[in-house]
Design a protein around this ligand. Structure first.
Ligand SMILES: [Zn+2]
Ligand SMILES: [Zn+2]
Length: 233
């Protein structure tokens, strides 16, 4: 108890959404946790969107598991994660995703967890790849190997969220590549922080399948809500 109090004094822990003080073990306050959570039945389990877009564009991943909603109200928690200020949301989302994978009969088990890669210059600047942070925590919770030796991003490219049109986003994802690593018959969990149009996850899933993956499930910490204005920053 004393140790916890000392920890709270030296390393104050805040809710990434409303910035109220939390104890050392809490990740989000109850009110914000409730606000962020996206019900397991409130999105399409194939494309991962609140308004299904499978009819317009079938994603290359087989299934999707999502933890939270990304909208005006909840985006500060995701942006905090991008700006290195507060990584609580990564752990919160990883716990939800792990629970949904563990207790939902629908998903089965995995051979590896792979994050959507970030260009090395950007990763150095930020100090970490937020998708890898989420993936590592899921890997720890589910005891599935974390692999960063498959996908990579050789050029910085433009960040997806800075591109307006679906066409631009689709072209930009060609910046992702895969090393010639065999994933023969493996079931892969692919992980990212925000699922917007799904084109990044689709491109990465295609690469994983070209390397032999049997199936790819897309795990995203958050998904942008109805398509009016989808801009993660
Ligand atoms: Zn809060
Ligand atoms: Zn769908």
């Amino acid at each position: 108890m004393i140790r916890k109090k000392i920890l709270n004094f030296f390393y104050p822990n805040f809710c990434p959404l409303c910035e109220t003080f939390l104890t050392a073990e809490e990740l989000l306050c109850d009110v914000c946790g409730e606000k962020m959570l996206l019900g397991q039945d409130d999105y399409c389990h194939h494309c991962g969107k609140v308004s299904c877009m499978c009819q317009h564009h079938t994603p290359s991943y087989d299934k999707a598991v999502i933890a939270c909603r990304y909208d005006k109200q909840t985006s500060p928690a995701v942006i905090c994660l991008k700006n290195s200020r507060n990584t609580n949301f990564a752990y919160f989302a990883a716990q939800i995703i792990a629970q949904r994978l563990q207790y939902g009969q629908y998903y089965g088990t995995f051979d590896a967890i792979i994050p959507v890669p970030m260009h090395i210059s950007k990763q150095r600047l930020r100090g970490y790849n937020q998708a890898a942070l989420i993936a590592k925590e899921i890997s720890r919770l589910l005891d599935v190997p974390f692999r960063e030796d498959v996908l990579y991003k050789p050029t910085p490219g433009t960040e997806q969220h800075l591109l307006k049109s679906v066409q631009e986003r689709a072209r930009n994802v060609n910046a992702f590549k895969a090393y010639p690593v065999s994933l023969e018959n493996q079931k892969i969990l692919l992980c990212d922080d925000v699922l917007t149009t799904g084109s990044t996850m689709s491109r990465c899933a295609t690469l994983l399948k070209e390397n032999g993956a049997f199936s790819v499930t897309a795990a995203a910490a958050s998904t942008t809500a109805p398509k009016k204005k989808e801009n993660p920053e």
